[in-house]
Design a protein around this ligand. Sequence first.
Ligand SMILES: Cc1ncc(COP(=O)(O)O)c(C=O)c1O
Length: 472
Amino acid sequence: MEGTPHRRRAHTSSRDLARYAGLFAARTGVMRSSAMRDLMAVTARPEVISLAGGLPDTSTFPAGTFAAQMTRIAQASTAEALQYGPTEGFAETVDCIVEVMGAEGMLPDPDDVIVTTGGQQAIDLVCKTLVDPGDVVICEAPTYPGAVPVFCSYQAETIQIECDEDGMRIEELEAVLARLDGEGKRPKFVYSVPSFQNPAGVTMSLERRRRLVELARQREMLVVEDSPYGLLRFSGEPLPPLYQLDGGDFVIYVGTFSKILSPGIRLGWAVAPPPVMEKIVLGKQASDLCSSTLTQHFVREYFGEGRWREYVASLVEIYRDRRDTMVEALREHFPAQATWTEPEGGLFIWATLPEYIDTGDLLAKALREDVAFVPGQAAYVDESRGRSSMRLNFSGVGAEEIREGVRRIGKAIGEQVELYGALTADSDAASTPAPPLESDMDAAEAPRPGVAEPAKDGGDVLPFRKTGESSA
Ligand SMILES: Cc1ncc(COP(=O)(O)O)c(C=O)c1O
């Protein structure tokens, strides 16, 4: 985004608002802005180091390849590339999608696939198809910050299930499902980002994947598996996607070319059982008729060259180094009481600070130091949660900027810690530990630094490695 001018919407005066207020749909009252979108205007300033966005590094895509592909499209298919296309997407684009999913062991029927305007539109269309106001949607805590505004705008009752380092806590999900049974409520779907989750960086264990799919089958409950990062694994063994374990009866799969090729082409997809897909197609017709035919041609050309896996492999190498750089910088610059995840893939680290630090306030301070991150509350529907956490992106900028960005955030945190110490005359402020993934514990119950808190289900509730602990 660096160097791209961003338009800022002029502030609405209360007189203007009064003029239109009676016209607004009820849903606008609960619509929320996307934290990342809000930050983009600031992070576009060249002096700002942005660890906020979820930006893949598109600078690594060879300009010559791009130019040659676009030239071939112009020579061979100008008319089609500039024309409307089918709502479901071109068959050739769907073939590329089947190839990408095949690389993770999935075998979707091409008829069950729709090409969408990014994975984001797929989430929106799934909600448009399934969610009436007041319907229950279940997701992870924290969840993908871009999904929160979608759930809000469809007026869902969103229930968030805690994650630990093995992803969504399925025992907690089961307890919630039992409670909902008692209330006569059937959730419309469970939304999960099981691999290298955005924002927490955690990956759902095989055992939990199996159990989630089993629950879906037993209860005839839909699960939406959103998986932009599955192929971006740096270490550890690949795990089967939920879609593969289920075979596509109850799992709706959402994918995207954004993180393995380019977000600018705005192409993603959804795979759903035929009756659900029929409705999704109708929803997309009403939304935008079809996805970009021009960029679908680009994908076709690109995959036609047969080197897409090499490119993904090169991204994996780059991002692994950047993750390592960020983890090193966190150890050096974050206070001893901070904790963070060490993801085996994807683009994000989730860091948690002592409860007395509000990362929304910290962001204001950090922006004065020309560095940005996403405050944790963006990942919660209930904005009182996640306030001492932050999402840090390590894919969008190089090693030097990662180190400098983390140093600046660390400095801002240090000042907050000092201030807190002075205000409370608490010389131990610096040793107050960070809470687990989300701060719903009493401070008195919080674990001591370096001491793992026994989880309610007997597992390890601490999703983060402690500072200085070596990464696996
Ligand atoms: C989990 C998740 N889902 C969906 C998206 C949307 O991606 P896009 O619309 O670019 O495909 C993102 C983007 O960061 C994401 O992290």
